[in-house]
Design a protein around this ligand. Structure first.
Ligand code: MTE
Ligand code: MO
Length: 365
């Protein structure tokens, strides 16, 4: 039986290994290799990728975007209209809300991310707010629904991928309709011809392959809004919606890896540890590193942020004097006062779990 046969998300049994269904998803949806943290802007092929269903076949010449619903003047735009519209860009860090899920115990069965479901791109497009204002939301408008072009079933529900934002969030000046990535055209896997970019929010809000934007008067209750992306402990509770990214820091694993276990080897002496940290409530105010498995922590040196919603670099000198095994950890804090936990904060869907990264290192003499 495959996971699709379950109408409810399943948890792995104690000691149950990765299933074929998880492996299939992991093969389609890749993480950013952690050594790519060295780039402030993640090269396109190294940016993490998540596609729930299939990458849809879209003919850019016949593709249209509609802006409608509870508005005074519905609009239909083609790609040339959007490319002619005022152009801006933004450096934005995206992270999947399920990042870290495969490390949870018990493990929720879904896309089995370790910790690399993140990337930072320079998105080019046109601001959403002027288009929404041109359409003219009517009194009573509450939310804006963004609908993609990709269809699938999920836990028995057939759907087209769609998510909503509160009207005020959709009208933020930095929310973009993006048709470019890192100076080139938006690639098929990242949402061509047009995707939404909502700086600060987890990945699920960044709707790809956009086909329609609909102003509504009631809270949207589609699957990806009301069923998925909820933080809850039990299947029978509504849970809290997932919104902005929690703070997280990651390090470039030092030294060189073992092929199978990824355990690192470094030579005894001073090691410069580097990485990047981000939050959906910026700025990141502190990054701390532990080189003794979490017993003591030292503040890392922070670099500039790549943008208001882009990650910021950090570095820390580690005097690796003792040979043998070491466990390194790193954690971030943000402007809202939130700090990454060092133990798991479990929830049923494995959403927004920011447990601090652990890197095991062997120091050789
Ligand atoms: N239409 C559509 N948009 C989507 C998705 C999808 O499956 N379909 N996946 C979402 C999720 S869960 C994430 S994490 C991000 C991933 O964006 P990326 O693949 O460009 O990194 O896209 C979001 N937008
Ligand atoms: Mo995601």
């Amino acid at each position: 039986m495959t996971e699709q046969a379950f109408s409810r998300a399943r948890l792995a049994d104690a000691g149950e290994g990765i299933t074929l269904d998880e492996l299939r998803l992991a093969g389609r949806n890749h993480a950013m290799p952690l050594e790519a943290l060295r780039y402030e802007i993640t090269p396109v092929g190294l940016h993490y990728l998540l596609v729930h269903y299939d990458i849809p076949a879209i003919d850019p010449d016949t593709w249209r975007l509609t802006v409608g619903g509870h508005v005074a003047r519905p609009l239909t735009l083609d790609l040339a209209d959007l490319r002619r519209a005022p152009r801006t860009d933004g450096v934005v860090t995206l992270e999947c809300a399920g990042n870290g899920r495969a490390l949870l115990e018990p493990r929720p069965l879904s896309q089995p991310w370790l910790d690399g479901a993140v990337g930072t791109a320079r998105w080019t497009g046109t601001p959403l707010a002027p288009l929404l204002r041109a359409a003219g939301p009517l009194p009573g408008a509450a939310e804006v629904v963004f609908t993609g072009s990709d269809r699938g079933t999920e836990r028995g529900t057939e759907q087209v991928y769609a998510r909503s934002l509160p009207l005020a969030e959709a009208l933020r000046a930095d929310v973009l309709l993006a048709h470019g990535m890192n100076g080139g055209p938006l690639p098929p896997q990242h949402g061509a011809p047009l995707r939404l970019v909502v700086p600060g929010w987890y990945g699920m809000a960044q709707v790809k392959w956009l086909s329609s934007i609909t102003v509504v008067t009631e809270p949207y209750t589609g699957f990806q809004q009301a069923t998925a992306y909820r933080i809850k402990q039990r299947p029978d509770e509504p849970g809290e919606p997932v919104t902005r990214m929690l703070p997280r820091a990651l390090m470039v694993p030092p030294g060189f890896p073992d092929f199978m276990t990824r355990t690192r080897t470094v030579d005894r002496g001073e090691q410069l540890l580097t990485g990047r940290a981000w939050s959906g409530r910026p700025p990141v105010t502190r990054v701390e590193v532990s080189c003794d498995g979490g017993e003591s922590w030292a503040a890392a040196e922070l670099g500039p942020a790549a943008g208001p919603y882009g990650w910021r670099g950090w570095r820390h000198r580690w005097r690796a004097e003792r040979t043998g095994e070491h466990r390194l950890l790193v954690r971030a804090s943000d402007a809202s006062g939130r700090t990454q936990p060092t133990e798991q904060e479990w929830n049923l869907q494995g959403m927004a779990n920011g447990m601090a990264q652990r890197v095991d290192v062997l120091v050789r003499g």
